[in-house]
Design a protein around this ligand. Sequence first.
Ligand code: ATP
Ligand code: MG
Length: 441
Amino acid sequence: MSIEKATKTHLVTIESAGQHEGAEVTLRGWLYNLRESGKLLFPIFRDGTGLMQGVVSQKENPAAFEALRGLTQESSVIVSGRVRAEPRAPGGYELAVSEVEVVQRVPENDPYPIQLKEHGVDFLLDRRHLWIRTPRQAAILRIRAEAIRAAREYMDDQGYILTDTPIFTPAACEGTTTLFEVQYIDEQKAYLTQSGQLYLEATAAALGKVYCFGPTFRAEKSKTRRHLTEFWMLEPEAAYAHLEDMMALGEGLVSHMVQSVLKNRARELETLKRDTSKLAGVKPPFPRITYDEAVETLQKRGNPAKWGDDFGGDEETILSSQFDRPVIVHRYPAAIKAFYMQPDPERRELALGFDTLAPEGYGEIIGGGERIADYDLLVRRLRENNLPEEAFQWYLDLRRYGSVPHAGFGLGLERTVAWICGTEHIREVIPFPRMIYRVYP
Ligand code: ATP
Ligand code: MG
């Protein structure tokens, strides 16, 4: 049987094989595992959509039996056979294998390095290009893709226009300590983007409601389970929008992502053994508390936080543990927020900003708020933050020519997906994680 022939027969994916019960089908994939039991073989195949157990008898199918006997893990194979219901098999169906074509045989003397046993995480991260084949990792990546699809769908449905922002930028927008500097052409310096926000403020003035969704870079020097140096951020920005509009948009977006994964990736969540009862209730409205209330709660719980402190992972965990869905904390002290945040007109020491904290200790998944629209105030804030005014002239133009109140936020994709999947560390939810000490593979 050739690849060409196989595509002309009843080619199916493992995910959909159950719909072909009783029929003869062909699968194209890899040998995940093989159990030999005398005159019977029980191979397990994978094809990227799931796992399927096969059964081959030496007596009935000697050729297929010989092709599979002793076949090494991860050898690529095209197999045909009849689908039958088997409640004990993973997925509820098995394949009575009749034909096998080995596309590439993994050599016996150089076996697949990741065996079906526990390995240390550094060992696995060094082999991330292979690790992603394991059912758990593949399930996570399928959930990530669904979360992205749902996020785009939500933003598009809300009338937001995708405007891609640059990755090379002339200046910092989220503080210089996490800036990646790159050598640009002819002695010029550039920096990898820490956020598309400043550019989105320009596209929002051009198009009204906009968003970007792309890679973001931060030279995070501390090792935590929620920071990558390269991650993906979805950032909406809207002209004439205020703090309240963005809190509502964020809760709608997060809820749609969670509900879409629950609906369309139930099998993958099961592979991860995720307790989905903790996700089912993630629907608007999310509880909202002020920063002042948050500090009070922390102090009541014996946390040493004082008014004026920024919250770290521990504080976020305490705050979110009181709720069954994400909690929105708003009106932080201006001093701990970015230079562009609009002060609260009722209390100038507060910024009209908010963070959305995920439950179960996953921390901040959204940070955002209203931006300064006033030219003089923005210039003052740039100076106070020792930022180079020349580099921000184009940004100041947005306050010179038709300035309007506007607001937006950034949602961290990996934090959100890590919470949905229930992974311990966010490094598992991106195909190739970049972290403080890791850029390989
Ligand atoms: P934190 O204080 O948790 O480091 P931040 O306040 O610096 O985050 P923002 O600038 O508000 O983050 O960025 C918006 C969102 O991007 C965050 O809410 C988070 O979900 C995500 N994010 C920020 N930094 C990282 C990172 N290093 N790795 C992964 N996601 C991140
Ligand atoms: Mg933040």
